[in-house]
Design a protein around this ligand. Structure first.
Ligand code: BMA
Length: 329
């Protein structure tokens, strides 16, 4: 039995695993939970991040507009399933106007560390890089310096300092649709200067696990367990019809998170359902957030479906650990 180290969340959205279900992650039967036209301007609402907030939940949502401009929108929910998303995007306050200039913003992650909710996202600054900001209330948002030079995507913070440093996973990239990608770990004393970069994991270029042969990138905030950090990540294969995005999991060392202790050979979630296979970008499942309940080991996973709508799925820390150990790389 594996245990999550963290808070209890008795009202976590939850549906039991269907009987005789073979996969470690199962879907909310009424998926998608957020449709593409959830707000007036939106063409699509996907790759978004949610956290427990007050007596319910809050989040930062990626809404691409009907002019296909990518931006971040705050949202609120009582139950984690039905969401009210603001019609207006986040505007950031900050000390340096240069940093506040908006080119595009997408694929947010939200991470509570110490006393506030940090937001990291793919931020356009002469190419994609990792934007960093924070909020206390999901009303007023502050932007800090970008974590890196371009080009980088998928900045994912750790929920506590590790050996006195903030930790960040990311995936260096290029200006386009990046036909490569490894996950790296970086650390910082002040959330501004990042260094001590360490390689975490690479795509698997052979037959052993071809679904993750082109690139891999971190997904939700890593989940602290008694055995290490449970990382849910996306893996990509290039096909004659373009990229296919699936989901895998790995276990990282608790003190040296660049050391991979275990990694699944089989994917744990893949585009099977219609809304995952058909949309603006077909065959994409892209996880960006996970709610956890330390008492039960339950995990509610939020993921973008076909770059169009938002899905919800469920698993437990034991389901993922057991599957990873049954089918290790
Ligand atoms: C990645 C990102 C994601 C997107 C995915 C599939 O490079 O742009 O936002 O979901 O491609 O199109």
């Amino acid at each position: 039995m594996s245990k999550i180290i963290g808070s209890s969340l008795p009202n976590i959205p939850w549906v039991d695993k269907p009987e005789n279900y073979k996969m470690p992650i199962w879907r909310y039967p009424q998926n998608p939970i957020i449709g593409r036209d959830a707000i007036e301007c939106s063409n699509s609402v996907f790759n978004s991040a949610v956290v427990p907030f007050k007596d319910g939940y809050a989040g930062v949502f990626r809404c691409d507009s009907k002019s296909v401009s990518m931006d971040l929108f705050p949202g609120f929910s009582k139950d984690g399933i039905h969401w009210e998303i603001n019609e207006k995007p986040v505007t950031f306050l900050g000390e340096d106007k240069e940093i506040l200039k908006r080119e595009y913003r997408y694929d947010p992650r939200v991470c509570f560390v110490e006393d506030r909710y940090y937001i990291t996202w793919c931020n356009g600054y002469h190419g994609p890089t990792i934007g960093v900001g924070y909020t206390f209330d999901f009303k007023t948002f502050y932007q800090l310096e970008n974590a890196f030079l371009p080009y980088n995507r998928n900045g994912v913070l750790f929920p506590r300092k590790i050996n006195g440093y903030y930790g960040l996973l990311s995936r260096p990239s290029d200006t386009g649709h990046t036909p490569f990608g490894d996950i790296f770990y970086s650390r910082s004393k002040d959330l501004e200067y990042w260094g001590h970069h360490r390689h975490v994991m690479a795509p698997i270029r052979e037959d052993a696990s071809a679904w993750q042969s082109t690139k891999v990138g971190p997904g939700p905030i890593p989940i602290e367990t008694e055995e290490g950090w449970l990382l849910i990540y996306h893996g990509v294969i290039n096909t004659c019809n373009g990229f296919v995005y699936r989901v895998g999991c790995a276990l990282l060392d608790i003190d040296e998170p660049w050391k991979v202790k275990c990694r699944s050979k089989y994917y744990v979630l893949a585009p099977y359902e219609y809304y995952e296979c058909v949309g603006d970008v077909p065959n994409v499942v892209f996880p960006c957030a996970a709610l956890t309940d330390a008492d039960t080991g339950r995990i509610a996973l939020y993921y973008g479906c076909a770059d169009t709508v938002t899905g919800l799925a469920f698993t437990t820390v034991n389901d993922l650990m057991d599957y990873m150990k049954k089918y290790p790389l």
